[in-house]
Ligand binder design. Structure first.
Ligand code: 4AD
Ligand code: MG
Length: 479
């Protein structure tokens, strides 16, 4: 029976001295034919297992190699070595799975993140990825806890859809039609999607928001938490083609309520990880400090990871309008010295260099920007009284840039229809969406938090490919 085993995390934190235990895990190192560092993924802290001379045959000793899996029965004793208070003195060792030391790609030394990305199927077994993915788990759990405590309904919105929620056209098509040119065509030469599986053109969702709004119109408060897909050809450290997004949608909320909830939510997630993943955060904080030692002084972060998270918890996010943001940029020395690559003027979409300047150089804390020009934002955002800007809000975080995008929604049917017409959104296909504005429309708002960007922020990992198990990016879909 396997279930009698105790996990290393509970063993190390418990009072098991003197007891016989069964532990299982993978060998990290084996020193002097005597000391096994065993890890089972429950914590980065390895269990030291002591093999007394003469306990095992040479043939078995040789099979205790890095990466091999073991079942060990032994007595918990006080440890004389440094770094641990207890260890296990083995009574018996069974090899569950051999690992050829010559071929095992993970050697007991430091590997680069680039190399580990290529062996993403094994990288969970490293300390860095152990910490990152335990924290990712905690964050996911905390998301549900936060909304559940507030009485939100978790709504599973569809993954295959026929609408483009963001109207940006960055969708992956879903079809069962042949791609060899034999698919039936209409008279005008276009593909006849009536022949397709769903009888219409469909794609993977870019956002669950529109369906989420339908839920909010009945339950008051809902949230989605699922995979979203974007066929944008962005090869950056912050973009994935498949990423997870959390999208709450609240009835009877305006843009200010929306900002308040988003700020509270982000702080809750950080606090949860600080409370539940102390060891992992400390490990990653040290890792980041080591990594930054390689950088020139002016490229290093002013705060360590833990100090950064504590700082964010203690301070309110800065709140400014888009117009104020543009003015800050225009008045900066950075601008005057022509250090921005992209143009700065009212009406531009803020580029990541602009966002980073505002957050990292000017305010040095998370910033919520509101009131963006209508022309650069999605059709569903509520028009402000100036007729030029919309009630949008983006939250920008140090080292990440945009982490949240949200808005108050246009609840006025005529204004919404007008906006859809201007933006060439076919309103006939969206009548289900417009119905919410026809029958008991109400002020409502919501936002989307990019889950991987949140994991990046909390773990300090600089590349988004290192916070999702198997990254999907342009020209890359391994595993
Ligand atoms: O700003 P976005 O596009 O907003 C929406 O999708 C809205 N429907 C949200 C809503 O109001 N319910 O995306 C929201 C967030 C971004 O702020 C960013 O954190 C993340 O999703 N995101 C990405 N993360 C990783 N890779 C990408 N390609 C991303 N695109 C957006
Ligand atoms: Mg956005």
């Amino acid at each position: 029976m396997f279930n009698q085993r105790i996990k290393i995390k509970s063993l190390l934190s418990g009072e098991a001295k003197g007891q016989e235990v069964i532990v299982m895990g993978w060998v990290r190192t084996f020193r002097n034919n005597q000391f096994i560092a065993l890890n089972d993924g429950s914590t980065n802290n390895n269990l030291q297992v002591v093999v007394e001379l003469g306990l095992l045959d040479d043939a078995i000793l040789k099979r205790i190699t890095t990466g091999a899996s073991l079942k060990i029965k032994g007595i918990v004793v006080a440890s004389l070595g440094k770094g641990q208070s207890i260890e296990v003195k083995a009574n018996s060792i069974e090899i569950l799975g051999d690992s050829d030391a010559e071929k095992y790609p993970l050697q007991p030394k430091k590997h680069s993140l680039e190399f580990l990305r290529e062996i993403a199927h094994l990288r969970f077994r490293t300390n860095t990825f152990g910490s990152v993915f335990r924290i990712r788990h905690s964050l996911a759990f905390a998301v549900h806890q936060f909304f559940n405590d507030k009485g939100f309904v978790y709504l599973h919105t569809p993954i295959i859809t026929s609408s483009d929620a963001e109207g940006a056209g960055e969708m992956f098509r879903v079809t069962t039609l042949p791609i060899d040119g034999t698919a039936k065509k209409n008279e005008d030469g276009s593909i006849n999607f009536k022949e397709d599986f769903f009888g219409k053109s469909t794609n993977l969702t870019v956002s669950g928001q529109l369906e989420g709004e339908l839920g909010a119109m009945a339950f008051s408060d809902i949230y989605t938490f699922g995979p979203t897909f974007r066929a944008e050809n962005s090869n950056t450290t912050r973009h994935l083609a498949e990423f997870w997004m959390i999208e709450p949608e609240m009835a009877f909320h305006d843009i200010e309520d929306n900002m308040n909830l988003a700020e509270e939510f982000i702080k809750y997630l950080i606090q949860y990880v600080m409370d539940h993943n102390k060891d992992d955060i400390e490990f990653l904080s040290q890792r980041l400090a080591e990594e930054e030692k390689q950088l020139p002084q002016d490229k290093r972060s002013e705060l360590g990871l833990i100090e950064k998270l504590e700082f964010v918890l203690k301070n309110s996010f800065e709140r400014i309008t888009y117009t104020e943001a543009i003015n800050i940029l225009l008045e900066s020395n950075h601008y005057k010295k022509k250090k921005f690559q992209y143009e700065v003027k009212w009406g531009i979409d803020l580029q990541s260099e602009h966002e980073r300047y505002l957050v990292e150089k000017h305010f040095k804390k998370p910033v919520i920007v509101t009131g963006y020009p209508a022309a650069i934002k999605a059709f569903y955002m509520r028009m402000n009284d100036d007729g030029k800007t919309v009630a949008a809000m983006d939250i920008l975080a140090p080292g990440i840039g945009e982490i949240v995008g949200g808005s108050q929604r246009e609840e006025r049917l005529e204004k919404l229809e007008e906006r859809m017409k201007d933006m060439h959104i076919p309103s006939e296909e969206m009548s289900w969406y417009l119905d919410t504005r026809r029958f008991g429309s109400i002020p409502h708002a919501g936002f989307g938090l990019g889950f991987e960007r949140m994991v990046q922020f909390v773990t300090g990992m600089t590349n988004i490919r290192d916070v999702i198990a198997f990254a999907r990016t342009p020209k890359n879909c391994e595993f």
